[in-house]
Write a protein of this length. Structure first.
Length: 233
């Protein structure tokens, strides 16, 4: 058995390197194995196109396909978002061979479209900035370009509220470091839960009261807001 295996191994080795002829052990007709080429010719090479996206050269993607618009609804005169002006929409002009992706800057799933449709950020009584980034990919030239804009969410401070227990507009400025004073300078409320219109467990009379509020902006700068709030029944 060993005498047979050893010659077979030698023959397969020689066939692998491509410089031998295989002859059966019984001396039957010979079968040649063609030599393996060391390299492919230029005609035999398979074309390869890189799929790695690079930065587009400046001006390759037209500005109208990069400079997206932002619309706030209802319109905000100061172009700020708050609980009254909380719907936002972004849009950009389409172009041949271009795809679009909006990152709204709040950690949610990116929007694969040339417009975002109505979009709403979380609203609370604090300052918050969101950076919106548009990525435009040129599928013809295999490159991309980005544009970014920042929107600002600010607290809305009403000048009237009605703490009458009906569940509507019963609390003034929840989640804010707030102080309320009467006309005599007496502190009626201090805390973060929001003022429910009570002092020592009883509803105050309809009147105008003074407030102080303390906020921290997105840059950790302490902000103070002061003004008047009117209690109605």
């Amino acid at each position: 058995m060993k005498k047979i295996i050893f010659p077979i191994l030698i023959l397969f080795f020689l066939a692998y390197v491509g410089h031998a002829e295989i002859t059966s052990l019984n001396h039957k007709p010979e079968y040649k194995i063609s030599e393996i080429p060391d390299s492919l010719t230029d005609q035999e090479k398979i074309p390869f196109k890189s799929t790695t996206l690079g930065k587009c050269t400046e001006g390759l993607i037209p500005s109208q396909n990069l400079d997206f618009t932002i619309t706030i609804n209802p319109p905000s005169p100061s172009f700020l978002l708050d609980i009254r002006h909380k719907d936002i929409a972004c849009a950009v002009s389409p172009g041949p061979g271009l795809t679009f992706e909006f990152d709204m800057g709040d950690g949610t799933e990116k929007i694969q479209d040339k417009n975002t449709g109505p979009y709403r950020y979380p609203m609370n009584n604090n300052f918050k900035d969101y950076t919106i980034t548009l990525t435009v990919t040129d599928t013809i030239n295999n490159c991309f370009e980005t544009r970014s804009k920042t929107v600002h969410v600010v607290p809305f401070i009403p000048n009237v509220f009605s703490p009458n227990g009906d569940g509507i507009n019963d609390v003034f400025m929840k989640d804010v470091d707030l102080q309320i004073f009467d006309r005599n300078g007496t502190i009626l409320y201090k805390g973060l839960e929001g003022w429910d219109g009570r002092y020592k467990g009883r509803f105050v009379d309809p009147d105008t009261y003074f407030y102080l509020m303390y906020f921290t902006d997105p840059k950790n700068k302490l902000l103070t807001r002061r003004g008047f709030i009117t209690v109605v029944k």
